[in-house]
Design a protein around this ligand. Structure first.
Ligand code: F6P
Length: 493
């Protein structure tokens, strides 16, 4: 059973301690049976072996192939996909070797085309022992031009390179930001030839990238069997390799690969991502929890909760399961931020709020700083992490109701021995695997996101109506939106 001895639940060096979940032996047995009934091991094998796993889009789900560093063949429609992946690795490596004299890189992308890369670049930036190229890495994400204003203030146009990252190469924010960056380069004296040298694309739609004006030798492909939110392992993570070197990028992939081996080969009772999924499922049912928090006690992981929000809520924010069956349980609201900062914000609600919110605490063994006081700071950081989990679970009684802590609030503790590229890759893959396991257990297709489309479509006629000179065609909008357009329209006259 989980936590027979401390540290025994270990995946790629990451330890799961689920003791504060307060799940009894009998409850764990029932949960494991539930996973067996869902044929979880067979379903996981189906995914790894390239069967159609994203049923609504009739596609395999093979982000795991991208980190298959041992290069075992993986077949999609009878074709081994590994040679194509290896070609991309070689191209990334060559680019890293010839990447000199660049002062600034602008990575343009949104959603899955930026969360993972930005998280990894930020997480590794200041860690002891990580070598980084002297170069500024910027991320242009939002359509709000304020972000580009900041970037244009810092970057040197003559030595800037641009990576346009978009699976579909049709995302409005990304394409408009890319056009604005091209204009900025041109207006700063960049010739057409220099421009061609400066622009790179990463996409599953190379034709659209070529039409945009990117030369085919500057286009890094990935494939429709990689979900956007699972894509950091592809050339989408190019910026990680450029900033920290190809070996570091491969180490990131190897950490993820180690989790894949664990996820595919470990029996349920010791399978860390499956047990994490089962515990969340159990607490959600037991306490009717609608939220879940993830608190990394590592400043370097400050973007991790944002990455996880998309991973979980875009995968499982659904009311209909596989086979179009309405379902009762799906993704809780995922939120979080680093400790100890978060303790001085919303932890009050975790301790004494009316709803029980399961928490994952993430801690790192080795200090992540090299200031002279690093060890003392790190010890206190970890003491706080342990104390919060203890307070949540054990509580404290008081005659004054306002001062009592009810306790029995469930949490996991996940311990990384150190934060480096390998363990970062492992951490991300651990949560990806938990997402896969949750999808199987909830009976949800984790790999489509139809709900994000309607708002995108509706923004097109609204944009037209807001444009200077255009009449508002009232028949296209409901009365509330019509009023809002009329109110905002003068800003565009
Ligand atoms: O990589 P793309 O195609 O630009 O898409 C960006 C993001 O937009 C979404 O499609 C949601 O709108 C995400 O799933 C995806 O990660």
């Amino acid at each position: 059973m989980p936590n027979a001895s401390f540290g025994s639940l270990n995946a790629a060096g990451l330890v799961l301690d689920s003791a504060y979940q307060n799940i009894s032996k009998k409850e764990w047995q029932d949960l494991i049976e539930l996973a067996q009934k869902a044929s979880i091991a067979d379903r996981i094998n189906d995914m790894f072996s390239g069967k159609i796993f994203n049923r609504s889009e009739r596609r395999p789900v093979l982000h795991t192939a991208l980190r298959n560093c041992s290069k075992n063949p993986i077949f999609v429609e009878g074709k081994n996909v590994m040679p194509e992946i290896e070609v991309v690795w070689q191209r990334i490596q060559s680019l890293c070797n010839e990447w000199d004299g660049v002062t600034d890189v602008i990575h343009i992308g949104i959603g899955g085309s930026v969360f993972g890369p930005q998280l990894a670049v930020q997480a590794l930036a200041n860690l002891p022992g990580i070598n980084s190229r002297e170069m500024r890495m910027h991320f242009a994400v939002n359509i709000d031009g304020e972000e580009l204003t900041q970037i244009f203030r810092q970057a040197k146009p003559a030595s800037t390179r641009v990576i346009i990252v978009s699976k579909t190469f049709s995302t409005t924010e990304t394409l408009m930001n890319a056009k604005a960056v091209v204009s900025w380069l041109k207006s700063n004296g960049c010739s057409n030839k220099q421009l061609q040298g400066a622009l790179l694309a990463v996409t599953a739609n190379p034709t659209a990238a070529q039409l945009f004006g990117i030369t085919s030798d500057h286009i890094f492909p990935f494939w429709d069997w990689v979900g956007g939110r699972f894509s950091v392992w592809s050339a989408v993570g190019l910026c990680i390799a450029l900033q920290y070197g190809f070996e570091t990028f491969m180490s990131f992939l190897k950490g993820a690969e180690a989790i894949d081996r664990h996820f595919q080969e470990t029996p349920i009772e010791k399978n860390v991502p499956i047990l994490m999924a089962l515990a969340l499922l159990h607490q959600q049912k037991k306490y009717s929890s609608t939220a879940y928090a993830v608190i990394p006690y590592a400043n370097a992981l400050s973007l991790f909760p944002f990455w996880l929000q998309q991973l979980e809520m875009e995968s499982h924010g659904k009311g209909v399961g596989c086979g179009d069956i309405p379902i009762q349980n799906s993704s809780p609201v995922v939120f979080g931020s680093v400790g100890t900062n978060s303790q001085h914000s919303y932890f009050q609600l975790l301790h004494q709020g009316a709803e029980i919110i399961p928490v994952d605490f993430i801690a790192v063994g080795e200090p992540m700083s090299d200031i002279p006081e690093a060890v003392d700071h790190h010890r206190i950081l970890l003491a706080n992490c342990l104390a919060q989990a203890q307070a949540l679970s054990c509580g404290k009684t008081s005659e004054i109701p306002n001062e009592s802590y009810p306790g029995n609030k469930p949490s996991n503790l996940i311990i990384l021995p150190k934060l480096d590229a390998f363990h970062l890759g492992a951490l991300l893959a651990l949560y990806e695997s938990r997402t896969v396991a949750l999808g199987i257990l909830w009976g949800i297709n984790s790999f489509d996101q139809p709900g994000v489309e309607l708002g995108k479509q509706l923004s097109v006629p609204i944009d037209s109506a807001l444009k200077n000179g255009a009449d508002i065609d009232q028949s296209q909008f409901d009365s509330i939106t019509s009023d809002r357009i009329a109110y905002l329209k003068p800003y565009f006259q």
